[in-house]
Design a protein around this ligand. Structure first.
Ligand code: SF4
Ligand SMILES: [Zn+2]
Length: 360
């Protein structure tokens, strides 16, 4: 496929320029309040050292907007090293002081893929968390093809009755966008199979297991209006399917990706923050499952952007609203420009920002 060839070519170029990273440099952790299935609680976020996402390392070149693989080692890492780094990061936070905490483990790819995170290291990490009484939920990310009964049985044998959430990057309900614009390489059917298996494990084996969908806001070759509509449509699709939570990720421009190439040529812009707010408000009003909005990169040159006057305020309002699930009510003079762009993008089908158009 053309998109795979192009993404692979860009990825290879990125690898040529890539600086070597040690496993220690790949790992990171931070500690924040977050919304859990049981209200707001402290959450430990940890990026585990991995060689990188197999999808991005393979012949497809990976997804058109993602450069996480460039932050990884590209080489397999010893179990002992992963365990040592995990323990080191775990000891940095006053976890024992909390009644309940949630732990989010990022693998810059798929936690459930044993090539990315070997089983011995995975088992150790889960056992350690299972032994901590105050850890009430464990959240991981995975592509749907690694969600299978065997791996879920192995995990629940260790974690017992703790809540376990598998977050999957569905990105959009639309196969055409996911396959040909994001280069995600799996269909809605693959995602549905994974969600159904999770539901089956919950019903038949009594596992406390949940599914979450990441929704990518504004893939390449979608205009502002199409991006808003598709993200909202994806939320309805996920609710219907029985997904447990949603997380919207508005685009930021990762270095050495296809999205960056189009952005540099003026053929792509990240979404307005207003678009992200339109999506989250509509979804919170009409969809019953909790919906989070990621604010990474908001207000920066490479991220979602409104105007200097409102970027920061809105970012803070969104972070607060993620905890309360409330609507975001705010106004700024730049909202008119956003509205005009949304209307115009639908009229002329342009995928690029339309400047100097009359406002109504
Ligand atoms: S978005 Fe996920 S699946 Fe796609 S390349 Fe990045 S880590 Fe891999
Ligand atoms: Zn503004």
């Amino acid at each position: 496929m053309e998109i795979e060839k192009l993404t692979k070519e860009i990825r290879n170029r990125a690898f040529e320029k890539k600086k070597d990273k040690t496993p220690e440099q790949v790992a990171a952790s931070w500690y924040n309040d977050d919304l859990t299935y049981n209200g707001v609680s402290k959450t430990l976020f940890m990026i585990l050292p991995t060689p990188g996402c197999s999808w991005a390392l393979g012949d497809s070149g990976g997804c058109t907007m993602c450069s996480y693989v460039s932050d990884c080692t590209l080489e397999p890492i010893d179990d002992d090293k992963i365990i040592e780094i995990f323990n080191n990061h775990l000891s940095r936070f006053p976890i024992a002081e909390e009644d309940k905490i949630s732990v989010k483990l990022f693998a810059s790819g798929s936690f459930l893929n044993p090539y990315e995170l070997p089983k011995t290291a995975r088992d150790y990490i889960l056992k350690k968390l299972a032994e901590m009484d105050n850890v009430c939920e464990i959240i991981v990310e995975s592509r749907p093809e690694y969600v299978n009964e065997k791996v879920l049985d192995e995990i629940f044998e260790i974690i017992g009755d703790k809540l376990f959430e598998v977050s999957m990057g569905l990105e959009t309900y639309n196969d055409e966008t996911r396959l040909n614009k994001i280069n995600k390489g799996f269909t809605a059917k693959d995602f549905e199979d994974a969600v159904h298996l999770i539901q089956k494990m919950r019903d038949e084996k009594d596992y406390d297991i949940k599914s979450k969908a990441y929704v990518f806001v504004k893939p390449i070759l979608l205009n502002e209006k199409e991006a808003i509509d598709e993200a909202i449509e994806t939320a309805y699709y996920c609710e219907e399917l029985g997904v447990d939570r949603l997380s919207f990720c508005p685009a930021t421009i990762h270095a050495q990706t296809l999205i960056e190439r189009l952005w540099r040529q003026g053929a792509y812009n990240p979404p307005w923050i207003w678009s992200a707010i339109e999506i989250i408000n509509t979804v919170r009003e009409n969809v019953k499952i909790p919906a989070l909005l990621d604010t990474s990169g908001f207000g920066s040159r490479r991220g979602p952007y409104n105007c200097k006057k409102c970027n920061k305020t809105l970012k803070n309002m969104i972070i607060d609203s993620n905890l309360t699930q409330s609507l975001i009510e705010y106004d700024c003079e730049c909202k008119k420009q956003w509205k005009a762009e949304v209307i115009a993008s639908d009229m002329n089908k342009s995928k690029t920002p339309v400047k100097h158009i009359p406002l109504y």
